[in-house]
Design a protein around this ligand. Sequence first.
Ligand code: TA6
Length: 279
Amino acid sequence: MHLCKTASLLPQDDIKMLIIDNDYAHATISLFGGHVLSFIPKHDNVQRLWLSKEAMLDGQHPIRGGIPICWPWFGAHASESGLASHGYVRTQNWHVVDCADEPEQTVVRLKPSTTQGEGFEGETQLSLVLFIGRELRIQLVTENTGSEPLSYTCALHTYFNIDDINQCELTGLDGDYLDKLQDYQRISTPTPYTFNEETDRVHLVTPESLTIVSGNIKTSIQSVGHDSIVVWNPWADKSKSMQDMEDLGYKTMLCVETAVTQGQQVLPGQSHTLEQVIR
Ligand code: TA6
């Protein structure tokens, strides 16, 4: 595996960690799942991503936190209830395809061991391209290498680090959302967008820019190639019920996910890119 000067591999327990350390940022990526776990820009040394202290790093279970890659479906499978939530590539081993040191960033491209799996028909190439510098740009690229059109859903299921969910405002969303906690009822987006209970919403809008402000942490999120934005906080009871989440973990995290939840078609020979930029 060719690595560039700012990249190194740490064999940690059951999974390999790719460490990127350049003049602009430090990042940690689990090769299990192709999963960014940490992104710390060096101009402010503020961790942008949240990772559960109880996350299972056993190379078997999905990792709670960071940026899970949901593909080739988001959430529950549309027709086969026994299949894993959020698809099957977040529990696969990925590998580095190439890695380059650029003047102001490190660019790493990873691929999963396979894109075939139960519940998905289609011949594809899937790449995750990470641009790690003052900002973190993540691109999930799905290429249709078959002879038939394919449809899929996906998400960059990002867990953002925040100071305090009770002092947190999300700006940039308007229109309606589908409330997963109320049978996907269509509801208007609140302003100001603050949090005081379990939240699980699919916003049917495609804003380019969102901001999370919480205490001393202000994070900006740019999205491209999405058809929706998912906002999730499990709150207290659900946090207690999740083995890989500390009981009070919900207080310092907020998922704001750049997503395709309604469906994306890719014609033969074409590709689709889902992108999130974190600053
Ligand atoms: O993106 C929100 C959501 O679909 C929630 O409904 C919740 O299930 C969350 O994802 C976490 O899913 P996971 O399979 O990682 O536990």
